[in-house]
Each structure stands twice: as C-alpha cells, then as structure tokens.
Design a protein around this ligand. Structure first.
Ligand code: ACM
Length: 530
C-alpha cells in the first residue's frame, strides 16, 4: 500500500521534473571506469521503504550490506534496513571464493549486485554509491530524487594489486588520518595499503624486544616535531579497519639505508656514526668496510632533515641480522597479509657487495616467517627469492633485472605515480625531483608500456606512494592526493582501451562536488572544469 503511494508520488515528480531526468547509466561518473556498462530502460528510485537484502553466506556479507546502508542513510534520511529477508537492493554472494569481479543490474523494481566473492560485492557497492546524485555525500538529509538509471554493469580489475603508500616515518600520521585514508582508498577500489614504517627521521611501530626504537627513534620527525608511533595494538586496529574494506596492509621496514632512527636508538647497531653529510664521524674513525663490531659504538643523532642516502646498517655485523629477525618476526606475527616490504632503496653508503649480501639474508628471514618480500627496485641487483617482488620507482634496468630473475614488478614510476610530486612550480607543498605531475600526467600512462621490456605478464600491479617530507596534516594529504589518487585508481583498474582523459576529466568533476561537500581540500586542477 505505502509502496504504491510512493510510486505515484515519484512518477508525479518525474513528470513534473522531466528536465531533471537523469542521464543514461553509461554517462555515470564512475571512477575507476567499469569494464562494461549497458543502458537499460526505466530507473530505480530509493524510497523510505527501500531495504537491503543479503543472499548467500560469508563472514563479511552483513558488514558489506551495513556499509552500503551507512553510506545511504545520512543524506536520504531513510532507514535502509539490512536483512536476509527482504529488500529492493539485493547483494548476492554467489560463491565463496576470492573474486573482485561483480555485476550490477538495475531495473525499476530492484538493484541486484552479484559476485562470487565478498570483495567483488564490496566493489559493486562502491560503484553503486557513485551512481546516486552527488548530494548522497552529505551528512544531513537532502531533498533529492534518489534515482538511478536502469542498465547493467559488468566489472573486474585489470591488476590484482592496486596500492597506495603512506610514509608515516618522515611525518607521523595519526591512526585517525590513516583510517580516513583507508576510507578514501576503498571508494576507488584500492586493495593494498603499504605503510612505510621506518626511515632516517622516525621509527613508527612498537617492537617489544627492541623498545628504544620507538622510545628514541619514534620521538621526532622532519622539522623536529614530536613524531609518534603505533603500538602493536594500534597497528592491529589499522589492519582490522582496512580488512573490513578489503584492504591488506603491507608493512615496510626500510633497510639497510634509511635507517638512522634505528641507529640513533641502539648504538650497537652502528658501524660508525654516519653523519647526514655522508661522511663517517671522527669519533670511531671507522671506515665503512669494517669487519668487526666497534668496541665503543656510538648511537647516531636523531635526524629531522630530508636528505637521503647517508645512513646504513652494518651488513657484516651478525647483530644486525638478530635485530632484523626480531623486527620481522614481531611485525609478521601481527600482519595477516602475504607481503613484507624490506625497503632497499638509496643505500648509497653501503658497499655494493655488502648490500647484495644484506638483501639476500633479509629475504631469507622474511621467507622464514612465511611472507613474500617486496623491495624497491634496487633489490633486483641481488638474487631475489622466487615470488619476491621489485617495486619499480626509478631505474628501468633494475625492473629488467627483476624480470630476468622471473620476479614480478610493482609499478610506481616516480614521474607518474608519486603523489608527493608538485603539480607545477606553484604548488604550495610537494617536491619535484622526479617531475611536476599534473593530473593529466598522473592519468596518461600505461603500466604495461611504461618501462622498456616490462609487459603485462611481468607486472603485479600499480602503487601510488605518498612521501611526507612536506606533508604535516590532513589538509596537506588532501591537497597532494586528490584528485591524483583517483587517476592512479583508474590506471590500475580499467583497461587501457576503456580509458580516456576526456572521459575521466568529466567524471572527476562530480567527485570534486562530493569532496566539496565532505570538506576534502583537493587540488582544483586547471585541467578540469570543476
Ligand atoms: C624512493 O623513492 N626512494 C623509493
């Protein structure tokens, strides 16, 4: 009875408001763009009676339904009950496998999202949320016709690894901001968050067997602020929050270079005191090709600048490996995902042969604890264990070395995928050592054609890192990350043949309207009509 009144009211609204008729489904501002969109007849309208019906069995099924309802309730003011009994928005889990593919069918009577996996269902929900008018992003009730054009969407990702990285070492990023970032990643169907947990300026994860790492090494950051760190409980909280959004955490301990915060915490790990100018301290008079631990090693000083390439662990010191073993053991014990990132970049003061020896031993430690190593592309100069991954950021020759060893490459070319690069010379923060990366530049590249000799079968996926030398708060994150993160999302998810700058630049303007509503301080690129 109620329903027919609503149908009447709605059709009245449609007749009166014919000029407001929504565009066809194929014009919807979905990012990343799905594989196939077919227009149908009619449209589905959300009403106060609409509920979500779940079909199937899966640990996360109810959570996925609730996630959708929670996003729809504030702006519509509707109850949107979630149940296994009834509802016009149907979420059907057709299998119990890992699948990111999904289908959405929209008719007058219902919306049905189907997937053989919970992740796929979650991505279907993300797409559905992007089909509603942008006012859906409001946190207070809006008077809007919540209507979606009829049709069908079939979708699946190009790459299985779609990641972003937060450098929580240069500037510490609070748990609240990490969760905020995870929420944003989920909207764009990213599935890996890489946390750069240590660097010269800070150690950000509690290691119970080496407590001074956080007591001392976590006590500052670039610019001399207070720094901070995650307790293991807090790290687990981040992992659980991400897992609810089908995002897997990849922890990174960067080594043997980028290790000053550890060297400042424990004198005995020092081969000598490396100063930021790259010279050895006169105190210990130790050359870098030392053989023995120093008798009276000194801890290095905490560092709050932004130079790179001047610190190193001592690869010939056995204690180094006992230390690394403890760190890897404690972190892997609380990390459910398959990867452990060992860093390996810019170890400019580590002897070449020491570097290779170090990387190979650390890979063995990671493997012993049941994880697969990822390392920045330099690790390909060592013998990589089968299945290990090289993250291409700078040198094609390293990506080629990885390929020749049968290893996969994770594509993060700094000139395209680094979210901390300035947009242009006027950008208020960011660096530009790799390039200025305007939005169109971040969008217009193809991972399978970017590095000579590296093609689809060699590529694990794509990752967009945010280094934080110049990033101190959420406003800074917003400015550098949005809209570029969405460009990388589409590069990673959508097939090359489906992508066009013209299409993306139109769709992104709708996302800009949502960000304005949500208070996301994004960069209003002059390349887009917002
Ligand atoms: C890097 O940008 N040093 C990986």
């Amino acid at each position: 009875m109620k329903k027919s009144i609503w149908t009447l009211l709605l059709s009245g609204t449609l007749v009166l408001g014919a000029c407001k008729k929504s565009p066809p489904l194929s014009d919807a501002a979905i990012i990343p763009l799905p594989l196939e969109i077919s227009n149908g007849s009619g449209s589905f309208a959300l009403t106060p009676e609409t509920g979500i019906k779940l079909i199937g069995s899966g640990d996360h099924l109810t959570k996925v339904g609730e996630h959708l309802a929670e996003k729809l309730r504030p702006a519509t003011g509707f109850d949107i009950p979630v149940s296994f009994d009834a509802g016009q928005i149907v979420l059907e889990l057709t299998g119990n496998e890992f699948s990111e593919a999904y289908q959405i069918e929209i008719s007058d009577a219902e919306i049905k999202i189907t997937s053989a996996g919970e992740a796929g269902l979650f991505y279907g929900v993300q797409t559905l949320l992007q089909l509603f008018p942008h006012e859906i992003a409001n946190s207070t009730v809006q008077s809007v016709n919540w209507e979606i054009p009829g049709g069908t969407i079939k979708d699946e990702p190009t790459f299985g690894y779609r990641g972003s990285m937060l450098d929580v070492a240069r500037h510490f990023i609070s748990i609240e901001d990490v969760k905020y970032y995870i929420d944003q990643m989920a909207v764009y169907k990213f599935n890996y968050l890489h946390l750069h947990l240590s660097d010269d300026q800070g150690w950000r994860i509690e290691i119970k067997s080496w407590p001074k790492l956080t007591e001392i090494g976590g006590s500052t950051e670039v610019g001399g602020g207070d720094g901070g760190f995650y307790t293991q409980e807090q790290y687990k909280e981040i992992i659980a929050y991400a897992a609810d959004r089908f995002i897997t955490i990849v922890p990174e301990i960067d080594m043997p270079g980028h290790t000053n915060s550890a060297l400042a915490s424990y004198a005995e790990l020092n081969p000598g005191v490396n100063l930021p100018n790259g010279k050895l301290d006169s105190v210990n008079k130790a050359p870098l090709d030392y053989e023995m631990p120093l008798k009276n090693p000194q801890a290095s000083e905490l560092y709050t600048g932004i130079e790179v390439g001047w610190s190193t662990f001592a690869p010939k010191l056995e204690l180094t490996y006992a230390f690394v073993d403890s760190v890897v053991r404690e972190i892997t014990e609380i990390t459910p995902g398959p990867y452990f990132h060992i860093g390996g970049d810019e170890s400019h003061v580590t002897e070449k042969e020491d570097y290779v020896y170090f990387v190979e031993r650390v890979q063995d430690i990671v493997s012993k604890y049941g994880k697969t190593s990822i390392g920045w592309d330099e690790v390909a100069t060592a013998k990589m264990l089968p299945g290990n991954v090289a993250q291409f950021w700078a040198l094609e020759e390293n990506a080629k070395l990885a390929k020749e060893q049968g290893s996969k490459v994770l594509m993060s070319p700094a000139k395209k995928a680094y979210l901390d690069m300035q947009y242009d010379s006027t950008s208020r923060i960011g660096l530009h050592w790799a390039a200025y990366v305007e939005l169109d530049s971040a969008y217009l590249w193809e991972p399978t054609e970017y590095a000579a000799g590296i093609s689809a079968e060699n590529i694990l996926g794509v990752e967009a890192p945010l280094w934080t030398e110049t990033v101190t708060n959420r406003a800074d994150i917003d400015y550098l990350v949005f809209p570029r993160l969405t460009a990388i999302a589409e590069v990673a998810w959508t097939k090359k043949e489906r992508r066009s700058w013209e299409g993306y630049s139109k769709r992104i303007s709708v996302h800009g309207k949502k960000w304005d509503i949500q208070g996301v301080g994004f960069y209003k690129s002059p390349k887009v009509i917002w």
